[in-house]
Design a protein around this ligand. Structure first.
Ligand SMILES: *Cc1c(COP(=O)(O)O)cnc(C)c1O
Length: 392
């Protein structure tokens, strides 16, 4: 009797797929200390630079003094407190939907929404590059589960032809590892034509996208009829933690009744909701953060193209550099780190085989000078790697 974990771990190492956790010894920001080394980092999802904002920290502190630090119980027992409720109302206002429901994490929001809406006899159709939590949710639901080609409304339409029962079409808004955005108008048209519901997880769109940070739905000007189920997470551009589902009165009441990852878990600390209320206010009102980010994205793309790097079709803060081979991606990430730059290598199974990449993320907290340092480091490393024997 043996699980033979040692062999599994050794195999993973041999494939260059072994994962290690860098130890962060400072708050999030462009300048961090990792494993004792000061680094200029381009890998967090704190797109608007709010995770270490003094006003957000102050809101957290004031919230803890007033409400304590623990949620204490699930929302349905006695864990639903004033700040949670106020945050739900503010998120409904941000999204232009009648209601929003707060979850503890994005992973749980996705599991909760999908499993509450579809089950045996139903159908769930997902983009093949969707976030792992959406794919897991589809499998867990027990509905017939199918993936359509990436961002391809024609491929979706074909699968919709064969769908039975209640049908949920599920997509990332901004694709987390590629940075491109879903063609929501086309996907919504196909879904509506077949009476299916479209669910969008816009974890990376809220904040950077839309005139007021309302994400991909604001970017395209789509209504609740187009996107009946809208998910956002609070650990990215909001800079805090948690997630929400926004939609109709009936949708939210149904989730409260039937979404097990909502019902059977302790509410997030109320002080955290206080902090998020403040970051939401900054996210909506401080347009300069979005503008500055756009400037940096333009600067990075122009510079990277001059170096001859293979970028992806993205105008969002997620700017991956396609490498292909996992070993080469890891080697480049190490070389950058030796130069004081931190950029994560993303490998299978997070991305499809043969598409390992360096996932560069830009934030409003970066400066143009810092982006310039990144570009110079990339130019050096690619030149040096080109001169080395192949790692394939
Ligand atoms: C990060 C992410 C999640 C998970 O959200 P957490 O709050 O971190 O659990 C879900 N969906 C997408 C697209 C994400 O990028």
């Amino acid at each position: 009797m043996s699980f033979d974990l040692a062999a599994r771990l050794a195999a993973r190492r041999a494939e260059n797929l072994y994962r290690q956790r860098p130890l962060l010894e400072s708050p999030q920001g462009p300048e961090v200390v990792v494993d004792g080394q000061p680094l200029l980092a381009f890998c967090n999802n704190d797109y608007l630079g709010l995770a270490n904002h003094p006003q957000v920290i102050e809101a957290w502190r004031a919230g803890a003094l007033k409400w304590g630090v623990g949620g204490g119980a699930s929302h349905l027992v006695i864990g639903h407190s004033g700040p949670h409720h106020a945050l739900e109302e503010a998120l409904a206002d941000l999204t232009g939907r009648p209601r929003a429901l707060l979850f503890t994490t994005g992973y749980m929001a996705n599991l909760g929404a999908v499993t509450a809406l579809v089950g045996q006899g139903d159908t769930v159709l997902e983009d093949r590059l969707n976030h792992a939590s959406l794919l897991d949710a589809g499998l867990l639901s027990g509905a017939r589960f199918n993936r359509y080609l990436h961002n391809d409304a024609t491929s979706l339409a074909k699968r919709l032809e064969k769908a039975t029962g209640n049908t949920l079409v599920v997509t990332d808004g901004v694709f987390s590892m590629d940075g491109d955005i879903a063609d929501l108008p086309a996907l919504a048209r196909e879904a509506k034509a077949k009476g299916a519901w479209l669910m969008v997880d816009d974890a990376h769109g809220f904040g950077p996208l839309g005139a007021h940070g309302g994400g991909i739905v604001e970017h395209f000007g789509l209504s609740q009829a187009d996107v009946p189920v809208l998910v956002g997470t609070l650990g990215k551009a909001f800079g805090t933690a948690g997630a929400f589902v926004a939609g109709s009165e009936e949708l939210i009441e149904s989730l409260i009744q039937f979404a097990r990852p909502y019902i059977y878990t302790t509410s997030q600390p109320p002080a955290l909701a206080c902090a998020t209320l403040k970051s939401l206010e900054l996210l909506r009102s401080e347009h300069w953060r979005r503008e500055h980010l756009k400037t940096l994205i333009r600067q990075f793309r122009q510079g990277a193209e001059q170096i001859g790097l293979e970028l992806m079709d993205s105008f969002t803060p997620i700017q991956p550099i396609m490498i292909g081979d996992a070993g080469r991606a890891v080697r480049l990430s190490q070389m950058l780190r030796e130069r004081g730059l931190m950029v994560t290598a993303i490998r299978p199974p997070t991305v499809p085989a043969g598409s390992a990449r360096l996932r560069v993320t830009l934030t409003a907290a970066h400066s143009e000078a810092q982006v310039q340092l990144l570009l110079e480091g990339l130019a050096d490393c690619f030149q040096q790697l080109g001169a080395e024997p192949s790692h394939a």
